[in-house]
Write a protein that binds this ligand. Structure first.
Ligand code: B3K
Ligand code: ZN
Length: 882
C-alpha cells in the first residue's frame, strides 16, 4: 500500500511491509544547492513474508549517487531506480542486511516546502505526510518505526546551529570552515516525525521539572532580535507540560524539547519528535504586534504540538487513513487545555462557530468525507477540518458517553497498551469499550459516515399523566460515495427548565434511553419520556454542543428568549440567540432579494441588548453574543440559490437597526470597557477588549461617521485595538480620508514586520463589495507582498477567497477567474498551498445560477490545464464531480 501519483489508495488494501526496518543512520552534508544525504538502513525480512519479495522504497525528486549492500557497491541488475521508487531484489531470506543510499538534493530550489528546504538562510524539513521520501529512498509510511542517529555537517559560519530529533550526542570541527553535530533519538519513530534544522538563529532557553523530578531543557529558536517575542510561547509550553501531567498523567520523555520558528511554512506547525517546527506566526508575539487572537492561537498551537508527543508520536497511526487518531484526539486535548486556561463557555462557543462555518460547510459539499476516510488520492488534502475538528468532537462524544472517570481510564489503557505502536481507530475505541463495558460498535459509525446528521425535535406534554415526551428523528444526508446511511449513536445533553430558568425535577421513564443529563439517540426515531412533570417545561437540547449535529426544533420565540436569558449553561444561551438570529437573517436576505425592506425582530433585538447591558455576564461572552451569525452561516442556512450581495445587505441592515436602537448602551459599554494601564493578554482583559471592539463596530453603524474608529485607532496601545479600529474604518468607511490615513500609518509603522503586514493585507482583502478584487490585484504589487511566502498568499488571496463573500462572489465571475489563474501559478511552486486555496470554491453549487455557472467555468479551466499537481487535480476533480 503506497501512494502512486494520481492513484487511489484504499484503506481495505492495507498490509504490513515485507521488511522490518531496525535502524536508521543519516549523514547530511548540507549545501544550499547540493546537499548530500547518506542513509544507512538495516532491514530484515518480516517473518512469514514472501522470501522472494523485493524491497520497494519510496522516493521523489531524488538524484541517486550510489547504492551499497552491506558496504559493497550493489550490482546494477539487482536494483531499479524509478521516479517514485527504488526497487531492490535478491535480498536475504532472514538475516539482517544493510543498505546504504546516497542521494543529492537541492534545498534552495525546493519551493514546495516539503522534504528538506532552505529559506531565509535556514535549512529546515517538513516530512508529514510523505516528505521524507524527498530526502532519501525510504519506506515512507507511518507504520515503519525505527531508531534514528543523525549526523549533520555544514559550513560553520553560516550554520552555527545544527539540530535534529532526540538528544545531542556531540559535535566538533570538521575540516576547513565546517563542523558537525550528532543526534540520537532513542524513541522509535516513523519518518514523518524526522526533523533537521540548520542555520543561524537566536535562542531563548528555560527549563521544566517533570512530575518525576527530571529536568528538561526547553529551547525556542527564533530570528536574531526576536528573542523578546518568544516569552509567551515559552510560558504556554510550560503550562502545557504541566497540564498534560495533571490532567492526563503524561510526562515528557527526552532531556530536551526544542521549537524552531521559521517564516516559510505550509501550515501552522509540526510535532517532530523533540524538535517542533513552527510557522513563526504561532510563536512570535508582543502587545505592539500581536492581537488577543494571536496570543490565544499561540497558546493553543504550542499546546497542540506538545500534546502530540503522546498522542501521535509515542502512539502513532498505522496508516494515513487513521490520521484522526492523532489529530482529532490532539485537537480535543488542546481544546480542553484552552478551556481550562481561559473561559470554558466562551472557548466552546468559539469552537462551535468554527466547526459550523468550516466543518459543516465541508460536510455539506463535494469535499465531504468521513472522519476516517476509506480512500484518498492525495493525503495532503485530508488534513481537513473534518479530520481535525469533527475528529475532536467524536472524541468529546466518547467522553460524554463514558463520563470523565471512565474516559480517563480508557485513555490510560490506550497509552499503556499501545505505547511505541502504530495503531488504528479500532484499537483506540476498543480501550473505551473495555473500560466501560459498553458496546461502541454503533458509535463507531461516526468515524465512517460523512455528512452532518440532523435531529428533528418534537415535544408533547400530558398534564393529566404529568408526562413530558421528547421525540427525536435523525437523518443523515447523502454524501459523495455514501448514498445510504445507518442511524448513529448521538449523545445529547439536555435540561428541562421552568419559566424562571430553574431546572425542572423529572424522572426518566423506565425504558427511555436517558442517562443523567444525556439522551442517547440511537434509533432513527426515538421517544424519551419524563415522569412527574406537572407543567410544560422548556427543553434546552444539545447543551454544550454535546453532539456535532444540526438541531431542527421549531421553538417559540418566548422559549428561546427564556433560554437566552436564564439557562445556566452559557453555551445554550448563546445557541438560543443564534437560533433566533439565524432564521431572522435568512428571512431578511430573502425579503431583500425580493426587493422589500428588512425589519429586525424585536425579540431578537431586545434579547441582544439585554445581554449587552448585563454586567453580571463576562465581557467575552457578551462579545460573542453580539457577533451575529456570519454571512457564510446565513448562506448555509439558506442552502441554495445563494446571492451573497443580498445576504450582506440584509445582515448590514439588521446590524444597523440594532446599533441605532441600542446606540446609548453601545456607547456606555464602549466607555466602560476601556482599559487603563498596561496591556495584558490574559483572558479577562482580552474579553473586555473584545466587547469594547464589538461595540465600536456597532457604533460605526449607528453614528455613520469614521470619527470614533479613527480616534480608537489613534489611541490604541496594542494590536488588538489597532487592528479592530482599522477593520471598522476599512470595512465601513472605505475611501474616507480617515481610513486612508490609518492604512498609510499602519504601513509606515509595521512595514518592516511581514507578520503584521499580513493583517493589513487581510483587512483590505475582506473589504466588502465588488471593488475588492481590484484592491487585491493592486496589493499584489505592494513591496510587502511576496508570492513565495505562504503566510502572505493566505493573508491576501486566501482571505479574499474564503472570507469576502461579496468581493469573491462578484456576479460577473471575475474573481473566480482571478483565483483560477493564481492557483495555476502557485501550483507550479507549491501544490499544497494551491490546493488549499482552491477549497474555498467548494460551495459553488449552492450559488444562484449566474454565479454558479461562472464558478464552474473557472473550475473547468483549472481542470483542463496540463501539468496540474496531484494535490490540485484531486481537489478540482472532486469539486466538479456530479
Ligand atoms: N501534523 C501537522 C500537520 C501536517 C500537515 C501535513 N500536510 C501539524 C499538526 O496537526 O499538529
Ligand atoms: Zn496535530
Amino acid at each position: 500500500m503506497r501512494t502512486e501519483a494520481g492513484q487511489v489508495v484504499n484503506l481495505a488494501d492495507y498490509r504490513p511491509t515485507d521488511f522490518v526496518l531496525e535502524r536508521v543512520d543519516l549523514t547530511f552534508e548540507l549545501d544550499p544547492t547540493e546537499t548530500k544525504v547518506e542513509a544507512r538502513l538495516i532491514f530484515h525480512r518480516r517473518e512469514g513474508a514472501d522470501t522472494k519479495a523485493p524491497l520497494v522504497l519510496d522516493g521523489e525528486d531524488l538524484v541517486l549517487v550510489s547504492l551499497l549492500f552491506d558496504q559493497m557497491e550493489m550490482e546494477p541488475e539487482r536494483y531499479q531506480a524509478a521516479a517514485t521508487h527504488l526497487t531492490i531484489r535478491d535480498l536475504p531470506e532472514a538475516e539482517p542486511f544493510e543498505i546504504t543510499i546516497t542521494t543529492l538534493l537541492n534545498p534552495q530550489a525546493n519551493t514546495q516546502l516539503m522534504g528538506l528546504y532552505r529559506s531565509n538562510g535556514i535549512y529546515c524539513t517538513q516530512c508529514e505526510a510523505e516528505g521524507f521520501r524527498r530526502i532519501t529512498y525510504f519506506p515512507d509510511r507511518p507504520d515503519v518505526l525505527a531508531v534514528y542517529t543523525v549526523n549533520i555537517i555544514a559550513d560553520k559560519a553560516a550554520n552555527p546551529l545544527l539540530l535534529s530529533n532526540g538528544n545531542f550526542l556531540g559535535g566538533a570541527g570538521y575540516g576547513e570552515g565546517k563542523h558537525f553535530a550528532a543526534w540520537f533519538d532513542p524513541h522509535p519513530k516513523p519518518s514523518y516525525l524526522f526533523a533537521l534544522v540548520a542555520g543561524d538563529l537566536a535562542l531563548v532557553e528555560d527549563s521544566f521539572t517533570t512530575m518525576s523530578g527530571r529536568e528538561v531543557t526547553l529551547k525556542i529558536y527564533v530570528e536574531h532580535g526576536k528573542q523578546g517575542n518568544a516569552a509567551y510561547a515559552m510560558d504556554a509550553l510550560k503550562r502545557s507540560m504541566k497540564w498534560d501531567e495533571e490532567v492526563f498523567g503524561r510526562e515528557y520523555d527526552l532531556d530536551i524539547f526544542m521549537i524552531v520558528a521559521v517564516s516559510d511554512f505550509n501550515f501552522g506547525a509540526m510535532e517532530n519528535k523533540g524538535l517542533n517546527i513552527f510557522n513563526d506566526k504561532y510563536i512570535l508575539a508582543d502587545p505592539e504586534t500581536a492581537t488577543d487572537q494571536d496570543y490565544a492561537n499561540i497558546e493553543a498551537i504550542v499546546a497542540h504540538e506538545y500534546f502530540h508527543n503522546w498522542t501521535g508520536n509515542r502512539i502513532t497511526c498505522r496508516d494515513w487513513f487513521q490520521l484522526c487518531l492523532k489529530e482529532g484526539l490532539t485537537v480535543y486535548r488542546d481544546h480542553e487545555f484552552s478551556a481550562d486556561q481561559r473561559s470554558r463557555a466562551v472557548k466552546r462557543i468559539a469552537e462551535v462557530r468554527t466547526l459550523r462555518s468550516e466543518q459543516f460547510a465541508e460536510d455539506a459539499g463535494p469535499l465531504a468525507h468521513p472522519v476516517r476516510p476509506a480512500a484518498y488520492r492525495e493525503i495532503n488534502n485530508f488534513y481537513t477540518t473534518t479530520v481535525y475538528e469533527k475528529g475532536s468532537e467524536v472524541t468529546r462524544m466518547i467522553a460524554t458517553i463514558l463520563g470523565p472517570q471512565a474516559f480517563r481510564q480508557g485513555l490510560d489503557l490506550y497509552f499503556e497498551r499501545h505505547d511505541g505502536q502504530a495503531v488504528t481507530v479500532e484499537d483506540f475505541v476498543q480501550c473505551f469499550a473495555e473500560v466501560s463495558a459498553r458496546d461502541l460498535a454503533q458509535f463507531s459509525l461516526w468515524y465512517n459516515q460523512s455528512g452532518t446528521p440532523a435531529v428533528a425535535v418534537e415535544t408533547a406534554h400530558d398534564a393529566r399523566k404529568k408526562q413530558f415526551t421528547v421525540t427525536l428523528t435523525q437523518t443523515i444526508p447523502a454524501t459523495p460515495g455514501q448514498p445510504e446511511k445507518q442511524p448513529m449513536h448521538i449523545p445529547l445533553r439536555f435540561a428541562l427548565i421552568d419559566a424562571k430558568g430553574k431546572l425542572v425535577a423529572a424522572s426518566a421513564s423506565a425504558g427511555s434511553a436517558i442517562e443523567g443529563d444525556v439522551l442517547h439517540l440511537t434509533r432513527e426515531r426515538q421517544s424519551f419520556v419524563f415522569e412527574g412533570v406537572a407543567k410544560p417545561p422548556v427543553l434546552s437540547l444539545n447543551r454544550g454542543f454535546s453532539a456535532p449535529v444540526i438541531i431542527r426544533f421549531a421553538q417559540s420565540g418566548d422559549a428561546l428568549a427564556l433560554i437566552a436569558r436564564h439557562e445556566s449553561d452559557l453555551f445554550a444561551r448563546w445557541q438560543a440567540l443564534t437560533d433566533m438570529a439565524l432564521p431572522a437573517l435568512a428571512a431578511a436576505a430573502r425579503t431583500l432579494a425580493a426587493g422589500e425592506a428588512v425589519q429586525v425582530d424585536p425579540v431578537l433585538k431586545e434579547s441582544l441588548l439585554a445581554i449587552l447591558a448585563d454586567d453580571t455576564l463576562e465581557p467575552a461572552f457578551r462579545a460573542q453574543a453580539l457577533s451575529l451569525p456570519s454571512e457564510m452561516d446565513i448562506a448555509r442556512e439558506l442552502g441554495s440559490d445563494i446571492d451573497p450581495d443580498a445576504i450582506h445587505a440584509a445582515r448590514q441592515a439588521i446590524i444597523s437597526q440594532i446599533a441605532q436602537d441600542g446606540s446609548e448602551i453601545f456607547l456606555a459599554v464602549h466607555k466602560a470597557m476601556a482599559e487603563a494601564g498596561a496591556y495584558s493578554p490574559d483572558a479577562p482583559s482580552a474579553g473586555r477588549r473584545a466587547l469594547k471592539n464589538a461595540a465600536l463596530s456597532y457604533l460605526g453603524h449607528a453614528i455613520k461617521t469614521p470619527q470614533l474608529a479613527a480616534e480608537a485607532y489613534a489611541n490604541a496601545n496594542n494590536m488588538t485595538d489597532r487592528s479592530q479600529a482599522l477593520t471598522v474604518l476599512a470595512h465601513q468607511f472605505a475611501g474616507t480620508n480617515e481610513t486612508n490615513a490609518a492604512l498609510a500609518d499602519f504601513e509606515k509603522r509595521f512595514g518592516d514586520n511581514p507578520l503584521v503586514m499580513d493583517k493589513w493585507f487581510a483587512i483590505q482583502a475582506t473589504v466588502p463589495g465588488g471593488t475588492a478584487l481590484e484592491r487585491v490585484r493592486s496589493l499584489m504589487t505592494s513591496p510587502h507582498f511576496n508570492s513565495g511566502n505562504p503566510n502572505r498568499v493566505r493573508a491576501l488571496i486566501g482571505s479574499f477567497a474564503a472570507a469576502n463573500p461579496t468581493g469573491f462572489h462578484r456576479a460577473d465571475g471575475e474573481s473566480y477567474r482571478f483565483l483560477a489563474a493564481e492557483i495555476l501559478e502557485i501550483d507550479k511552486r507549491n501544490p499544497q498551498l494551491a490546493a488549499r486555496l482552491l477549497t474555498s470554491m467548494r460551495s459553488w453549487r449552492s450559488l444562484e445560477t449566474r454565479r454558479a455557472s461562472e464558478a464552474r467555468k473557472a473550475l473547468e479551466t483549472i481542470a483542463a490545464s496540463d501539468g496540474l499537481s496531484n494535490d490540485v487535480r484531486d481537489i478540482v476533480d472532486r469539486i466538479l464531480k456530479d
